[in-house]
Design a protein around this ligand. Structure first.
Ligand SMILES: Nc1ncnc2c1ncn2[C@@H]1O[C@H](COP(=O)(O)OP(=O)(O)O)[C@@H](O)[C@H]1O
Ligand SMILES: [Mg+2]
Length: 312
């Protein structure tokens, strides 16, 4: 099966001009590799600043002008240039944005969902999309301020999926929702996958991701460090990268053991493995050169000693 989305050694960097026209390249994401299959929810998990939104924006072709993208990005097996992304955006590839702030406060819900399109067919589609997410036809005449947080989120997803997308990118869609509303939203993503779409569910919340994901991709400092079937997270031993293992130990059900230290930022990247300074099992080799992204049991990991390090 062709993945609906493939990223291989994708990087996004920013050019800043310093004093006297000196140019500085700031890495945003680097060496990001993943695949997302149709019919599956692929969770992309990482803490703040790890590159999640840049990934989403690269896929949608909406990176800022001062950024530079390198590496490979394929949609349905063919290169996804910003131009192709623009042509597919809003139809085949859709974004479920983070918050209701993305809705126009001055415009009723109905016209926003229809995005300027008219005619009886579009009206029916719009009603059906709302109905699918438990929103009655009266919702069309409401303004965003009249919606609760959960309703606004359902309006956003109804709007995104109205035309039957093949790739749904959801960038942190749950903050601010209570557990029940978040659960409902995630079950909608699962449904979209069951109907054949590829869903990229981007979140900092591993525990939430594991409730719906088929596969988990772990980001650290702008790099993918592990790609693993969700079952890998059942036990610490199911994981190959020490950072994934640390995330596992930090989950409430596994004792909330938080790893000391912070993810490096911007230009502050160490040589060798970016995680080495915090790694309980680091060895001298880890501080040198490039760390390859190698195949593991059912996935990939960016570690010279995958699965060997375990503190518990
Ligand atoms: N427009 C920009 N200019 C410079 N750096 C940026 C820009 N956008 C993002 N970055 C940097 O790229 C990194 C990843 O950002 P982002 O993808 O927003 O992280 P996340 O969504 O995981 O919190 C961060 O270090 C951030 O500072
Ligand atoms: Mg973000």
């Amino acid at each position: 099966m062709t993945p609906i989305l493939t990223a291989e050694s994708l990087s996004v960097s920013f050019t800043r001009y310093g004093r006297g026209l000196s140019r500085v390249e700031l890495p945003g994401i680097r060496d990001l590799s993943l695949t997302a299959d149709p019919g599956q929810v692929t969770a992309v998990v990482g803490s703040s600043g790890s590159g999640k939104s840049l990934l989403a924006h690269a896929v949608l072709g909406i990176l800022p002008r001062n950024s530079r993208m390198e590496g490979t990005l394929l949609y349905d097996g063919a290169p996804l240039s910003p131009r192709r992304a623009a042509a597919l955006r809003g139809r085949e590839i859709v974004l479920v944005p983070q918050g209701a702030g993305c809705l126009d406060p001055m415009m009723q819900v109905g016209p926003q969902i229809r995005r300027g399109r008219r005619g009886p067919e579009v009206r029916t589609q719009c009603r059906q999309a709302l109905e699918r997410y438990g929103l009655g036809p009266e919702t069309e005449t409401l303004y965003p301020f009249q919606l609760s947080g959960g309703m606004a989120r359902r309006v956003l997803i109804a709007s995104a999926v109205m035309e039957g997308p093949r790739l749904v990118v959801a960038d942190e869609p749950t903050p601010g929702l209570d557990a029940r509303a978040a659960g409902r939203l995630l079950s909608h993503f699962r449904e979209l996958a069951d109907q054949g779409a590829g869903v990229l569910f981007i979140t900092h919340d591993l525990e939430l991701a594991l409730t719906v994901a088929h596969k988990v991709v772990v980001l650290y400092a702008g790099q993918t460090v592990e790609e693993v079937p969700a079952e890998g997270f059942r036990t610490e031993k199911g994981l190959a990268h020490p950072y994934s293992q640390a995330l596992w130990r930090a989950m409430p059900r596994n004792g909330f053991q938080v790893l000391p230290g912070l993810q490096p930022e911007g230009l502050d990247l160490p040589e060798g493995c970016a995680f080495a300074p915090r790694c309980p099992g680091r060895r001298p080799e880890c501080g040198r050169g490039q760390i390859p992204y190698i195949e593991t049991d059912g996935g990939r990991a960016r570690c010279l000693f995958p699965g060997e390090v375990s503190v518990s």
